[in-house]
Design a protein around this ligand. Structure first.
Ligand code: NA7
Length: 499
């Protein structure tokens, strides 16, 4: 074990400079840890908000709640902030806090191996780094999922994924197709329905949608909030109170809240879509909230425009001219947009991550993608996975979740600094206990309602937090020492062969 002086200022590598990476850099420094290296694969920070620039991109959590608790933002233009201003907010906070200057841009971590009590990192620039701790802040939804449809590459027009928007192509007057009707597609359709000559929406599964008024903030509104972090915090708390007691409860077992949420979504569809045939096409056959509930005010209006068609016949293949559906019709297109979501279980891949004894992350996760408290992986000492498996709580702010995780993680690092933990490594038993507890809670949730969604892992189990927000906060208040390895494996007495 290192001596206590060497442990006072551990070296930490933070992988990723998105919302959680920026947060970690700030929180580590507040805890007196100064030896921090932030490695970012791209040339800008911002993560998901840097990558998603499609028309209509916005956050579906109210902006005043989708901020760091220590830095409210008086400048939001709308209740639901637009992608570009969220990106600007993160950029601004990182600049103010001196984080931007600490980021090594265009430097992806390619390998990360635990060797002799330290993490050794190799980057795309060919540099090597040795640190005590690694924080993987690589985000959940950043590996675009391309659909496995025959002939996808044969399409002769322009084609792109929503997370790789091609701003060089003007959609005005063009025949555009979009595959998918998730949160991203609904936002994009609301915008491109106005510009495309004709838009065909290829819908495999309809979604439940609710409207929440998106008020815009005037200059006077903003002026009232400038310099008033107390007021901003109060607004954030009000939104958090509402979300915790409505959406979060509705998806995790409250029958009353779920009935209300269902009524709201069904009423929205009934009131918004006049044509009964179209309404039927847009009516899901699974419980409200089973897939992530879509908060959107533009989709239903867009699909009722004369230049927009909702196509529900299954896609058979893609050909050079467009999309061929199973009824034999070829939908000729100039542009095909893939709003087909992300691979949420890839986390820090394709990084070559190896823990103790050379165990790879693929080996550790060969049976199931699981963690202890979403954050720690047995066999991977002093390694933290921000927003890891079972973090999301339905439609809640991931920033709030990250802040709770960050504070829990710093308590663990403190235990290591004081020498109370030889390494920060959850035991396999603790991980199994934690995951059994999650499975138990999952039975009461709406996510086991029989739908397909990115919430589900390869076995069809929801990788969500199945209890309340309050429970999440309470359980991450203090680490339970017994759930962690107490003797560093390399220092444990070697087992004697039986006599
Ligand atoms: P989602 O919510 O995963 O939506 C993906 C959409 O793409 C969904 O409608 C899928 O239909 C559809 N899809 C995926 N593959 C295919 C194929 N092969 N054929 C037809 N349709 C397909 O991703 P989003 O980007 O919208 O949202 C992700 C999150 O980002 C969102 O929840 C917010 O948190 C931010 P399906 O429903 O599977 O039938």
């Amino acid at each position: 074990m290192q001596d206590s002086t060497a442990r006072q200022n551990p070296s930490v590598a933070v992988i990723g400079a998105g919302m959680t990476g920026i947060l970690m850099a700030i929180k580590l420094r507040e805890a007196g840890i100064t030896d921090i290296t932030i490695l970012e694969k791209a040339d800008k920070l911002g993560g998901t908000w840097r990558e998603n620039t499609y028309p209509g991109v916005a956050c579906d959590v109210p902006a005043h709640m989708y901020t760091y608790s220590f830095r409210g933002n008086p400048e939001w233009s709308h209740r639901f902030a637009r992608g570009a201003e969220i990106q600007q907010y993160f950029q601004q906070v990182a600049d103010e806090q001196g984080v931007t200057g600490q980021v090594r841009f265009n430097e992806a971590v390619e390998s990360c191996h635990y060797v002799d009590g330290k993490w050794q990192l190799g980057t795309s620039k060919g540099t090597q780094l040795e640190v005590d701790f690694v924080v993987s802040a690589t985000g959940i939804l950043h590996h675009p999922a391309y659909p496995d449809i025959e002939g996808l590459d044969s399409f002769k027009g322009d084609m792109w994924h929503t997370a790789r928007w091609n701003h060089d192509v003007d959609l005005a007057g063009k025949r555009v197709g979009i595959i998918g009707t998730g949160s991203t597609a609904c936002q994009a359709i609301g915008e491109i329905g106005h510009t495309a000559g004709h838009l065909t929406v290829f819908q495999r599964t309809p979604q439940w949608i609710i409207r929440v008024a998106d008020k815009s903030y005037s200059e006077a509104d903003k002026a009232r909030l400038r310099g008033r972090q107390d007021k901003l915090a109060a607004i954030s708390r009000r939104y958090a109170f509402v979300l915790r007691n409505t959406f979060s409860k509705a998806v995790t077992g409250s029958k009353l809240q779920h009935a209300y949420m269902s009524w709201t979504a069904k009423r929205n569809l009934r009131k918004s879509v006049r044509d009964p045939e179209l309404r039927k096409k847009l009516t899901p056959d699974y419980p409200v909230g089973c897939k992530r509930l879509i908060i959107n005010n533009t989709f239903y209006d867009a699909v009722q425009r004369d230049n927009v068609t909702v196509e529900t016949t299954a896609i058979e293949r893609i050909c050079d001219a467009g999309v061929v559906t199973s009824d034999g019709v070829t939908h000729e297109l100039d542009v095909l947009i893939l709003a087909t979501g992300f691979h949420p279980f890839n986390f820090m891949r394709p990084m070559d991550l190896r823990g103790r004894n050379g165990q790879t992350i693929d080996e550790a996760w060969s049976k199931k993608v699981q963690a202890y408290r979403s954050l720690c992986l047995p066999g991977f000492p002093n390694f933290f996975l921000m927003l890891g498996p079972n973090t999301p709580i339905g439609n809640y702010s991931v920033i709030a979740m990250s802040e709770v995780q960050a504070s829990y993680m710093l308590k663990l690092i403190d235990l290591w600094r004081r020498g109370d933990l030889p390494v920060v490594e959850a035991t396999e038993q603790a991980k199994q206990r934690f995951n059994a507890y999650l499975r138990e809670g999952m039975k009461n949730t709406v996510w086991v309602g029989g739908c397909q969604s990115w919430y589900l892992d390869a076995d069809g189990d929801p990788a969500m937090w199945p209890y309340s927000w309050q429970q999440w906060e309470k359980e991450l208040q203090q680490p339970e020492l017994d759930d962690f390895v107490r003797v560093a494996p390399e220092e444990a007495e070697p087992l004697r062969p039986a006599a």
